[in-house]
Design a protein. Sequence first.
Length: 868
Amino acid sequence: MATHLSKLTSLILGTSLMATVASAAIGGELQKVMKARGLTENDIIHAAKTYTPSGGRDEFIVFSSGGQSGQIIVYGVPSMKILKYIAVFTPEPWQGYGYDEDSKKILAQGKIRGKSITWGDTHHPALSETKGVYDGKWLIINDKANPRLAVIDLNDFETKQIVVNPVFKSEHGGSFFTPNSKHILEACQYAAPYDNNYHPIEEYKETYRGGVTVWSFDPKIGRIKPKDSFTIEMPPYMQDLSDAGKGASFGWGFTNSFNTEMYTGGIEVGMPPFEAGMSRNDTDFLHVYNWKKLYQLSKNKKNVKVVNGMKVIPMSVAVANNALFLIPEPKSPHGVDVSPDGEYITICGKLDTHASVFKWSKIKKLIDNHEYAGKDPYGIPILDMKKSLHGQVELGLGPLHNQYGKDWKNGEIYTSLYVDSQIVKWNYKTLKVLDKVNVHYNVGHLCSMEGKSADPQGEYVISLNKLAIDRFNPVGPLHPQNHQLIDIRGKKMDLLYDMPIPLGEPHQAVAIRASKLHPEVRYKMGTNPKTGKMHVGKTLAGQEKIVRKGNKVYIYGTLVRSHINPERVTVNKGDTVIFYLTNLERAEDETHGFTVDNYNVHGSLEPGETVELKFKADREGVFPYYCTEFCSALHLEMMGYLMVKDPNKKYVSAQKLKMKKMSKAELKAEYEKTVAVNNATDAVIQSVVKFLKENHYEKYPTVKALVEDALDQYGKIAEQKKKADEAVKKGDYEKAILFENMIWQYMVKTADVGIRAKDLLVKKVATKQSPAAAAGERAFGEGGCGGCHVIGKVSSGPDLTGVLLRHENAEKWVKDFIMNPASKYNDPYVKSMIDYFNLKMPNQHMSEEEVKNIIEYLKWVDENANLF
Ligand code: RUQ
Ligand code: CUA
């Protein structure tokens, strides 16, 4: 155990740290924790592989469908920390999505036949690609319940477009980018008539249809182009998942299907249920189609018919142009996954224990030679399954989806086994099973890192399990879903971590290397994030105004720490109120929220953003409005009043109370006191500014950003000062005090950010701390030394800068003093200190190790004494 433990400790601490930190001490501590929490050595290794310390970053970012929430979940790997929920098809109040006018417009794009739909069943997210490799620019996702696609901009992680498929009534096999993101494949699911009319189910074969829509996409601006898009008519087989060909198979699409039986159910009239009739055949059909050729054909009117505004290429046209084929595939297939080079197409059938690997070159040869095994009832040529297959391999029960590993060239692939609750690693070239790992439970999709792009990154696979059963603390009958992180770097797969997902059932997830994402932290001032353009309501400081046009009242307002301008708005009952609000902040993470109580509106204003909130003031009364994000120390004061009066009512004045007022002399004294406080605060700010300049803060981008933020606040003081001085001139001390108070607010904000910048800068310009010194600083903090000693200052105890220079044999002296302060109370120097500070150094019961480290820390302080 002991040797294992020291191995473990070295694993966790890294060997360089090991040299300086006594492994025994940590090992002992670790052992204690392990014992108390019942952890095994394996648990500790798994913890070390996933634990990401405070402020740490993940290697990969995962975009997971949020299932029935209609959202997207963003989390990091390996930490499995959830970072964001992106609002897509569903209103989301925090982000103001569906509660401000601009996001309402996005949601309105998703109306179907004039009706709002306020949820979505998201299944398959996809990342945009350049030459088949993820480029980190755009994200799309489908809605199975209401056939729609949405586009999310990875510059700000916001939904920019929703597009409705006008011919499908449900949709599952979307969304899949083609390798240069010029097109998106979206396959139907449950066959239905393309038009919006009633057609009896008895006429299923004649009037119900499946299909694949090929959407055009402009990767430069990130928008789907519906007018340039078309649908390939397909038989009423239930098309399921798709994948776009790449490399060798570029230009082709692959979509599998179930219910080639074309069974139409009827349990209520004594027929066997759908599930029996739909799974009768041993094989269904893989649809193979040349979307590239069909796209060209779709530009000619004579090749298409238009249904509900969508160009549809009839099956007959696709067949006549050698652009649509079927291949039998076993049985109720689900996932179809094209290898990174486009040469192999792996398909798993839920009701077959095998994976079937098709080979593109073989399929292509049959197509080129017009070598068909027959035709389906709609005249579509069928290719021979055996002749198209590279081979089959038995994987286990219920294989669903596949993802490729880093060594894909040599055949590395992973497949989920739904019924067996396992992930299996195998080789799609040699058709050998290599390893299996149990997951908990009933895995659907799995997600390897960039595992379906042309450049899989390996390292991890995430198992997206449908059931969690016994994995977490119980929270009622509805359990969270369970995403499990699996390390695939070793020979054996190693399950590391369970993450509950409590938002909806995530189907597919896609992962991208974090370094490929470069989202903004602020918008250009006055941006409408939904369009990316300047907002019509953009308002800068000084431009705030209230404009009435008929019974519409436009409020052009601004928000900045910690006030909303204007603070009072009076309208008539029945007016339409339009708030245009701009967040004037440049500081990172300084979001303000805005709501008017009781009126069901909410906006989230990220730095630089402008939002529009609109409502009818249909109730008389007084309605506070306020900032909903705790943005500053004076956040609660960030408020105002909307007063709605009834123009037909007479209001009697209630002003009766006479309050005692301060005398002029009292007011003047208060004014002078306020100015004095401001001057003192300014002196502190100036000393910080001097330090920052002398140490070239501008060389360090993070410090520079903070300093700019601080100066931005400071810059606002001059105007307030002018107003204060004017008030003094007029003898209005009351007002002058208020303006001086405002100055103080700006100073506090400046100082707050400035000191943060200074601390950061000290760390940058100081000599590098040794691990021991860093441990010493920690011990100094945790041991409570800072309660009396502030480095660089005389506080309630002496300044410790130079303490190692003040004493003979200083290291030993300091050590003895910390370990046993009482032994030196009679030392003349210590005695004088005790008298001066009227305090005795207490025994903090530090270990010898800690004291050693503190001394290292004090040495570092002395090296950098000029900085404190
Ligand atoms: S699904 S569990 Cu992709 Cu909708 Cu397979
Ligand atoms: Cu702005 Cu709270």
